[in-house]
Ligand binder design. Structure first.
Ligand SMILES: C[S@@+](CC[C@H](N)C(=O)[O-])C[C@H]1O[C@@H](n2cnc3c(N)ncnc32)[C@H](O)[C@@H]1O
Length: 229
């Protein structure tokens, strides 16, 4: 099994010898790779939807790893037993979906030693949730593939030391490491906020003006951070 750059980056962050669970596995590429390369003896692969579940079952069969990739269908972490998996991977979903999945199963979460999270959006909300729920951001990586930049967050149990909301919003480990893709990543965030500001500009209410003011301040801070890279 050959992995694309995004999945290869996730695979490299799975500690050898662990039992990993890939939640929302779809094609099951990552679990198949992890057992084929003997990174893990066993990986649990899950998906909520019939189509991806069937695709995963087909790929697992094709690669003859049915005894090492345990496939389950169901919602988030609800299909796992406590202490069954020590590494949880949730990749390719929205940050808020990831947050909802994690919030729904605290008893499963408390047994995990590491989470690899790759949110497609709303990364800031996810980081705030992690920090409020006993997880520290151990590492962050940006991966570029086909012109798109993907974020990977490595979370481990503990207390996050960064308290500055703007650093948490942008990625505290990315900022510390001055990731080479960070400048472009921040420019995208700035453009998103500037688009919202342009939309709000047309509204005349006090609430809209207040929102615009706070967003302008945020954009100024992000530009300041980006300027220091
Ligand atoms: C875009 S795919 C990502 C596949 C793979 N993880 C990757 O990163 O390439 C997202 C998958 O998450 C699954 N999914 C969404 N919500 C889920 C949930 N609550 N529990 C389990 N799977 C979920 C979807 O069915 C879909 O197959």
């Amino acid at each position: 099994m050959e992995l694309n750059r995004r999945l290869a980056c996730l695979a490299a962050l799975v500690p050898p010898g662990c039992i990993a669970a890939d939640i929302g596995t779809d094609h099951a590429y990552l679990p198949i790779y992890l057992v084929e390369k003997d990174v893990c003896r066993v990986v649990i692969a899950t998906d909520i939807k019939d189509g991806p579940f069937r695709t995963a079952a087909g790929k697992i069969k094709e690669h003859q790893v049915e005894d090492r990739v345990i496939l389950r269908q169901g919602d988030g972490l609800k299909v796992l037993n406590p202490l069954e998996a020590d590494v949880l991977v949730l990749a390719g979903m929205g940050g808020n979906t990831i947050r909802e999945i994690l919030s729904a199963s605290p008893h499963i979460l408390s047994g995990a030693k590491r989470m690899l999270l790759q949110p497609m959006a709303d990364a800031a909300d996810l980081r705030f949730w992690l920090c409020d729920n006993g997880w520290r951001i151990a590492d962050e990586q940006l991966v570029e593939e086909d012109g798109r930049v993907y974020l990977i967050i490595v979370a481990e149990p503990g207390r996050e030391v960064t308290t500055d909301p703007i650093h948490l919003e942008l990625g505290p480990r990315l900022l510390e490491k001055k990731d080479p893709l960070l400048k472009g990543y921040l420019e995208k965030i700035i453009s998103k906020y500037e688009r919202i500001l342009a939309e709000i500009a047309a509204a005349k209410s006090d609430l809209a003006r207040e929102k615009a003011l706070s967003l302008e301040k945020k954009v100024a801070k992000i530009k300041e951070v980006a300027g220091c890279l």
